[in-house]
Design a protein around this ligand. Structure first.
Ligand code: HEM
Length: 392
């Protein structure tokens, strides 16, 4: 059954995103937009290949001598080997499952405090996004980087603007946001250079590749990437968990009875309502994809959200099944760019859902809620989610 809470397809089509994906997988699994020349791939195998075959599909964004505003386009996520490996080596230590597990007590404390506030609303709906799903990852990443979490309203605005792909003047405001972020992190980096502390920015400032320190632009790029990649995505994972559970409200009860299913329920949310729906690459030379041959530099969109519903890969793919196994979704990507923050996102989601399910029978979405989607073809999530927390 179609949920009433499904995002419309991009481009003003009169259908929802997942019906559009199903149609494209069936009719044109590799599709070239006749106007823009952009190639879209919708199937699991093609998506997996585009994401992981870096020799054929590049992540570079073409900024060779980037300014501070273009720092993100010179960062890890926009680099190919060998530079990618060098940059990634600098941060892997901070994000291993073991390093991240040490953050659990602090995450649990943040979660408890946010839940207190959320539950204090009683029977009046509270905004699950604004009051829980946004502040949790922002506080965690801000503490990890060593920047003041009080600036989170700006962090949110910056991240929203950077991922936004719609609206008049979208690119202009993204440039402004990047300028503001560059100036903010520039100051933080200068402070840590003068006075190192026990935080990730200080570690990055001190890090060296072949005896060379990172440039200011590279440092700024790292910080912006971690802020943008780590927040919006985790916020949407939490919001999308509530949306998916509400499609099958018996999920709440089942998870309360069987909390050991929480990790697999999180994997299923990642598959079913993937927070990142698409990623980009550009073709290196002529590459065969489905029935087409790319030309050098051709832009390619890998539709992760569609791959994760590919019936050739997942049985009963359109069904939300918290016990699904195996569940080899591509929500965190594949290959060398596999999400650096996956262990952290999984941990935050588990701690959050465990605590929520201990305190609440259900976070019920207000029946009259009119959901508004984040204006982006990359991310999947709602701007606000009014819920009533029903005490256990
Ligand atoms: C549910 C939450 C998240 C989702 C769905 C997600 C998704 C993704 C995806 C799909 C990629 C691959 C990009 C590509 O192939 O081009 C990626 C890469 C990345 N993610 Fe995440 N992410 C999440 C959370 C986080 C968090 C919490 C952090 C950091 C604290 C983070 C940091 C990164 C970084 C740095 C990369 C680039 C890795 C590289 O290029 O080697 N992500 N993420």
């Amino acid at each position: 059954m179609m949920s009433r809470h499904v995002k419309p397809a991009p481009g003003g089509l009169e259908t929802d995103q997942f019906s559009w994906f199903a149609r494209m997988r069936h009719e044109a699994p590799v599709y070239v937009d006749p106007r823009s020349g952009v190639v879209s791939v919708f199937g699991y195998d093609d998506t997996q290949r585009v994401l992981s075959d870096y020799a054929s599909f590049s992540s570079e964004r073409g900024a060779h001598n980037p300014t501070e505003e273009q720092a993100l386009s010179a960062s890890l996520i926009s680099s190919d080997p060998p530079r990618h490996r060098q940059l990634r080596n600098l941060v892997t230590q901070a994000f291993t499952p073991r390093a991240v597990a040490q953050m659990e007590p602090r995450i649990a404390a943040i979660v408890a405090e946010l839940l207190d506030q959320l539950c204090a609303h009683g029977q009046t709906p509270a905004d699950f996004i604004e009051e829980f799903a946004v502040p949790l990852p922002v506080t965690v990443i801000a503490e990890l980087l060593g920047v003041p979490a009080e600036r989170r309203v700006e962090f949110r605005r910056w991240s929203d603007t950077v991922v936004s792909t719609g609206g008049a003047g979208g690119w202009q405001s993204a440039a402004t946001a990047q300028r503001e972020m560059a100036s903010f992190f520039g100051q933080m980096i200068a402070q840590r250079r003068a006075e190192p502390r026990d935080d990730l920015i200080s570690q990055l400032v001190a890090a060296e590749i072949d005896g060379q320190r990172l440039t200011s632009v590279e440092l700024i790029g790292f910080c912006i990437l971690l802020l943008v990649a780590g927040n919006e995505t985790t916020t949407n994972l939490l919001g999308n968990a509530v949306l998916s559970f509400e499609e099958q409200p018996e999920t709440w009860e089942r998870l309360r009875a069987e909390p050991n299913l929480i990790p697999s329920a999180i994997e299923e949310v990642l598959r079913y309502l993937s927070p990142v729906q698409s990623m980009y690459r550009s073709a290196r030379g002529e590459q065969r994809l489905g029935d087409i041959t790319t030309h050098p530099g051709q832009f390619i969109v890998a539709w992760i959200g569609s791959a994760n519903r590919d019936e050739a890969r997942f049985s009963d793919a359109e069904r939300f099944d918290i016990a699904r196994s195996p569940n080899r979704h591509l929500a965190f990507g594949q290959g060398i760019h596999f999400c650096l923050g996956a262990p952290l996102a999984r941990l935050e989601a588990r701690v959050a859902l465990e605590a929520l399910l201990q305190r609440a029978r259900r976070a019920q979405v207000a029946p009259d809620a009119r959901l508004e989607w984040v204006d982006s073809t990359i991310v999947y999530g709602v701007k606000h989610l009014p819920v009533t927390i029903m005490p256990a």
